[in-house]
Design a protein around this ligand. Structure first.
Ligand code: HPA
Length: 275
């Protein structure tokens, strides 16, 4: 567990470095597996590698490039993080949400979180996009555990409307305008990195989950604590274990993510433009 003063110093140092290198923005996107091409569509683009940013770990997962971009899309400047820190990579919970806290420190007010997820709802298909209406935290930890620092926000943040209602309505309108079918459901976050068993997926369905993944939930919790508005969108890259008879692979996650990327980029760019 990192002491709060030490953590706040790390946040300050990372934020100061980013500020010295990139034009800032009030909107940021975290790019999940398979949204790797999103930065190609940014104009007036500049980038820094996570290895350059003080205290940022290097992502270890294929499909996450480990770069922070600043650029313009839909007439709006944004920051885009290609690569996130997962608990299953061995990071402690505070490091999992370090980038979100750095974004807050940099003045980001709206955070778009994207991810790859397994479809738990049997009506879904691989390749679907799902607006996250709410989440279930089964990660096994809460990233806010530990001594508190007032700069991060409230000690006991409200999570009643974790995924902003207005942003969701905006996303529905953008999807409709571009003829993109958009599911809406509950994302359940688990620690990973093994995929779930069919019995676990049956349990998650009973609990009310529509999709399952290994990210996003801690980031949403930290972002809400700091008062950011959050939009979450999942790309259903595979049907969860036992729903389809095929075994799951990271390759399938990457391949379906790639196939859905055009729609996903259109949706996220459209939302940014409409903000
Ligand atoms: N389970 C958990 N995480 C995932 C999955 C899954 O089926 N697909 C993509 N991320």
């Amino acid at each position: 567990m990192i002491e709060p003063q030490v953590l706040q110093r790390q946040i300050n140092e990372a934020a100061a470095y980013v500020k010295s290198r990139l034009p800032l923005a009030d909107t940021a996107v975290v790019l999940g597996s398979g949204l790797g091409d999103f930065p190609d569509g940014l104009s007036e683009r500049s980038e820094i590698a996570y290895t350059e940013i003080p205290h940022f770990p290097q992502p270890t997962v294929p499909g996450h490039s480990g770069k922070l971009y600043s650029g313009v899309v839909g007439g709006r400047r944004i920051l885009a993080l290609s690569g996130r820190f997962h608990y299953y990579e061995g990071h402690d919970p505070q490091t999992v949400v370090l980038a979100v806290r750095v974004l807050h420190q940099l003045g980001v007010k709206t955070l778009l979180l994207t991810n790859a997820a397994g479809g738990v709802n049997a009506a879904y298909s691989a390749g679907d996009l799902m607006l996250i209406s709410d989440h279930i935290n089964l990660c096994g930890y809460n990233p806010l555990r530990g001594l508190h620092c007032a700069q991060w926000g409230e000690r006991f943040p409200d999570m009643t409307c974790a995924y902003d209602k207005e942003l969701r309505e905006l996303a529905r309108q953008v999807a409709k305008r571009h003829d993109i079918e958009l599911r809406e459901g509950v994302y359940c976050g688990l620690a990973g990195p093994s995929f779930e068993t069919p019995a676990e997926i049956r349990m998650l369905a009973l609990l009310g989950a529509d999709a399952v993944g290994m990210s996003t939930v801690p980031e949403t919790i930290a972002a809400r604590q700091s008062g950011m508005r959050v939009l979450g969108v999942s790309c259903i890259t595979n049907m969860a274990a036992g729903i389809s008879p095929q075994p799951l692979t990271h390759q399938e996650v990457m391949d379906t993510g790639r196939a859905a990327m055009g729609r996903f980029i259109t949706l996220i760019s459209g939302v940014i433009e409409a903000l």
